[in-house]
Ligand binder design. Structure first.
Ligand code: ATP
Ligand code: MG
Length: 224
């Protein structure tokens, strides 16, 4: 598995971490290992990955199927327990925290949109869970919908959207809670290998971060 990093447009300022407003979204992996037990045999899915992702920086994992990209992201977001190692966000080791206690979002390969909820309600779901007041929630959802060019589709159900529109809803839903780190696995049909990426950003810099992610995608795609 290889990695590629890019600073987001709104990301690195060059200032030392201490000068920035904490928390910033500085992600570190230290010797992270994942061993699955498969029919009595140990399978090393991830074998000692260490990374340092600066606030506002994107990191993309590229590699052949089965090399551990998704498992690494799932351990970052807390959907998989690491067998060993540390996942550190802004100096705090996250490994003992469940996904809902981590200030992170994950965009799943299948998008995992709620079929019975409108686009607006899908995007607002995380804010509702966090008991954000109605007016504030509406305002934040409007910003997310606008940034993903989804305003005109706000009242539709997911099954009334194209694949790309569904993907944008999933991204808006991840962004709107202003996570300090966002993990995404995506598989583009024109690529022969899949790509997984994690980005950490400073609070409020989400739109720029995703714009930068889109603009850097072609240079990080593997050759056919
Ligand atoms: N729950 C599981 N139990 C046992 N083995 C697993 C489990 N999940 C993943 N694996 C194994 O761990 C390895 C890494 O899987 P992972 O899903 O991280 O690969 P990937 O790099 O994301 O692949 P792809 O590009 O195909 O999505 C694979 O060999 C896979 O078979
Ligand atoms: Mg995968």
């Amino acid at each position: 598995m290889t990695t590629s990093t890019t600073s987001a447009q709104t990301g690195r300022t060059g200032k030392p971490a201490a000068e920035k407003d904490a928390p910033t979204g500085h992600l570190e992996l230290r010797d992270v290992v994942k061993v699955f037990s498969n029919r009595g045999k140990d399978v090393y899915a991830v074998h000692g990955v260490s990374l340092d992702v600066a606030p506002g920086e994107f990191i993309t994992f590229l590699g052949p199927s089965g090399c551990g990209k998704t498992t690494t992201l799932r351990m970052i977001a807390g959907f998989e327990n690491a067998t060993a190692g540390q996942v550190i966000l802004d100096g705090q080791n996250m490994v003992s925290l469940p996904p809902n206690r981590r200030p992170m979002s994950m965009v799943f390969q299948s998008y995992a949109l709620f079929p019975h909820l409108s686009v607006r309600d899908n995007v607002g779901y995380g804010l509702k869970l966090r008991r954000v007041p109605e007016a504030e929630m509406r305002e934040q959802v409007d910003v997310a919908l606008t940034s993903m060019n989804l305003t005109s589709l706000a009242d539709r159900a997911p099954n009334e959207l194209s694949g790309g529109q569904q993907q944008r809803v999933a991204l808006a839903r991840a962004m709107v809670v202003q996570p300090r780190c966002c993990c995404s696995t995506s598989r583009c049909p024109t690529w022969t290998r899949s790509c997984a990426c994690a980005c950490a950003w400073r609070s409020g810099a989400c739109s720029g971060a995703w714009a930068s992610l889109r603009s850097t995608s072609p240079t990080t795609s593997p050759r056919r």
